[in-house]
Design a protein around this ligand. Structure first.
Ligand SMILES: NC(=O)c1ccc[n+]([C@@H]2O[C@H](COP(=O)([O-])OP(=O)(O)OC[C@H]3O[C@@H](n4cnc5c(N)ncnc54)[C@H](O)[C@@H]3O)[C@@H](O)[C@H]2O)c1
Length: 258
């Protein structure tokens, strides 16, 4: 028996990166998965590769009408139990260089997209007898960095969405949690497509001194989607190599660099 046997999941932004790894693991663990994205060619190719347990549906998470179509497509796979709100965009600009349109675009996808996703699956999950909603935030939703005003705002908002939704939906058997990845080797975390070893150099001061791999986040999503997480709701789950613990100080005892 897989850990997600008999579950049906929608994963947003699943054509590549962390969402792709989640789709792969979910199918391996027995789930049926609606892979959704705006990258149609990549999403369709992944669904073909994963076989009959996977299907692709175009879903721009910022568009309400796309959500209605995605929920209808998921219904053809069975009763909906899981939503992974994974899709996002990042934008690195100073505050002064960030136009209103820039800011609203990031908020529209990352924050509004997550809200629309949560709202869209309440009916189907209630009819299914419950479910698990997994919202992908970031370490930038726990702390922040310069140059990430819009992205960080959206990722902090996802924490609030998660907690409010968890309280409202808990009595209906729907659990809602957020995942907070650290630096992960995907097109978003590694836009220059350098090797993982090169990227590791930027993470020497964190507890686990290397970049994360997308599958390491996907395993957390498997846990939160599964019945193993039956008493987990409204909480934050970092997958960040210990980033949140602070930075190793090479000048203090035990602070040797790798
Ligand atoms: N990579 C990192 O270092 C990192 C760190 C912290 C958090 N995250 C978060 O993890 C999640 C996955 O990111 P990733 O690293 O796999 O990045 P990625 O860029 O590889 O994947 C993001 C996916 O979202 C899709 N997408 C973008 N806009 C969309 C829209 N409007 N509608 C639907 N899909 C859309 C993209 O096409 C892409 O397939 C995101 O929420 C991201 O913010 C990533």
């Amino acid at each position: 028996m897989g850990r997600l046997e008999n579950k049906v999941a929608i994963i947003t932004g699943a054509a590549r990166g962390q969402g792709e790894q989640e789709a792969r693991l979910f199918v391996r663990e027995g789930a049926k998965v609606l892979i959704t994205d705006v990258l149609d060619a990549e999403g369709e190719a992944l669904a073909r590769e994963l076989g009959p347990a996977a299907r692709y549906q175009h879903l721009d998470v910022s568009r309400e009408e796309d959500w209605a179509r995605a929920v209808a497509a998921a219904a053809e796979l069975g009763a909906l139990n899981v939503l992974v709100n994974n899709a996002a965009v990042v934008m690195a600009k100073t505050i002064e260089d960030t136009s209103l349109a820039d800011y609203q675009r990031v908020i529209g996808i990352n924050q509004v997209g997550t809200f629309l996703g949560i709202r869209s699956v309440i009916g189907p999950m209630r009819r299914a007898g419950g479910g698990s909603i997994i919202n992908v935030s970031s370490i930038d939703g726990l702390q922040s960095k310069n140059g990430l005003i819009a992205y960080s705002s959206s990722k902090w908002a996802i924490r609030g969405l998660t907690k409010s939704a968890a309280l409202e939906l808990g009595p209906h058997g729907i659990r809602v949690n957020s995942i907070h990845p650290g630096g992960i080797d995907t097109p978003m975390g590694n836009p220059g497509s350098v090797s993982s070893e090169t990227l590791d150099r930027f993470y020497t001061l964190q507890a686990i001194p290397r970049v994360g791999q997308p599958v390491e986040v996907a395993w957390m999503a498997v846990f939160l989607a599964s019945d193993e997480a039956s008493y987990c709701s409204g909480s934050e789950y970092p997958v960040d190599g210990g980033w949140n613990a602070g930075a190793r100080n090479p000048l203090l005892p035990g602070g040797t660099l790798p």
